[in-house]
Design a protein around this ligand. Structure first.
Ligand code: SF4
Length: 340
């Protein structure tokens, strides 16, 4: 058996370049995505990704905890989401009581989550969100990191988030945006800009990836993610919502996702510390994911109001243990890595 597989010299050159901290060009990223599954370069990419993720964080991985605070039919109709009105999973809106939201945030904080996220559907009242975020902020430890995962927002709204003590936002220009969603991609980019201008820290990810996506689209979304200059990026797979149009494509395996998140890691450069994978799994963490998600409340991948797919902080710790990662204690270092 040959040691080196043919035609992979360029891929090895690109991953060496990424290991040195140089920024990869579009063509190099594309080539890394095209490396065949189970080839030598396929594993070398994951090795390089793990090396970078460890070296930029001092070997400490993170767990971020998210509370989905509402459910209901969302007019943005992202076909991959169980809240999309067109998917008819949740015909009636409902919101968790604020006391319950606060208590779940405190539970996540107590369990050791390095950041706490409040997630809503896109049309959730911004004024109500601000009220809830302010109450949560007042109960969390001063140094705890609070992040909003909400619909698109203006500069003024970004300032308002900042005013009530929100440290950052999770926001992504998703695969298929404007095509399998009713959101103009331009609107997503405007939210990135608003967050930055208002001094909110951004996290994003290449998502939600399914077998239907081409390498060209993965490259395009990876470059957009990098240009937004987040503190973490990564890759999340699309989870099939049964009986919806996208279910015909099935899902990607965790093995294939490990390759994708590793290429995203190499593409981001060393100044972007975090690399997430979702849903959490050992293979992804072995391949360089240093951010896993614990979830409670509602969830766009579930068909029941209280998530069954989301896992606990403790379960994320077990996954990291299996993948031989140490877990950071205290507030997220990703969110301390930039000055805003
Ligand atoms: S992903 Fe967000 S914007 Fe899209 S349908 Fe679901 S809740 Fe609405």
């Amino acid at each position: 058996m040959q040691r080196l597989e043919a035609n992979q010299t360029e891929a090895f050159r690109s991953l060496d370049k990424a290991l040195r901290g140089e920024i990869l060009a579009r063509e190099e990223i594309e080539e890394l995505f095209r490396v065949p599954s189970k080839s030598e370069a396929f594993y070398a990419i994951q090795y390089a990704s793990r090396k970078i993720s460890e070296s930029v964080t001092g070997g400490k991985a993170e767990i971020h905890g998210q509370i989905g605070i509402d459910i209901g039919p969302c007019p943005k109709n992202c076909q991959f989401c169980s809240f999309a009105a067109c998917n008819k999973v949740f015909p009636e809106p409902s919101v968790l009581p604020t006391t319950e939201i606060i208590s779940r945030c405190l539970d996540l904080e107590e369990a050791g989550a390095n950041a706490i996220y409040l997630m809503t559907t896109a049309n959730f009242s911004f004024a109500r969100f601000i009220e809830i975020a302010q109450k949560v902020r007042n109960k969390l430890q001063k140094e705890s990191v609070l992040v909003a995962n909400i619909g698109d927002f203006s500069y003024e709204q970004a300032l308002e988030l900042k005013r009530v003590g929100v440290n950052g936002v999770y926001h992504a220009l998703r695969l298929g945006e404007g095509n399998t969603t009713a959101i103009n991609p331009k609107r997503r980019l405007e939210s990135f800009a608003a967050a930055k201008e208002a001094g909110l820290i951004l996290g994003n990810c290449v998502e939600p990836v399914g077998p239907e996506h081409t390498v060209e689209e993965l490259v395009e979304k990876t470059l957009i993610a990098r240009e937004a200059n987040p503190v973490f990026s990564g890759a999340m797979r699309r989870i099939t919502i049964p009986s919806t149009p996208l279910s015909q494509y099935g899902m990607l395996s965790e093995g294939k996702m490990a390759h994708i998140l590793a290429v995203v890691r190499l593409a981001m450069g060393h100044h972007i510390l975090g690399n997430c994978t979702h849903e959490p799994n050992v293979h992804g963490a072995v391949a360089g994911a240093n951010l896993l998600w614990a979830e409670v409340g509602s969830n766009p991948r579930d068909v029941e109001g209280e998530t069954h797919r989301g896992i606990s902080v403790e379960r994320c710790r077990e996954i990291y243990w299996e993948a031989d990662w140490e877990v950071l204690s205290g507030p997220s270092q990703f969110f301390q890595s930039v000055r805003v």
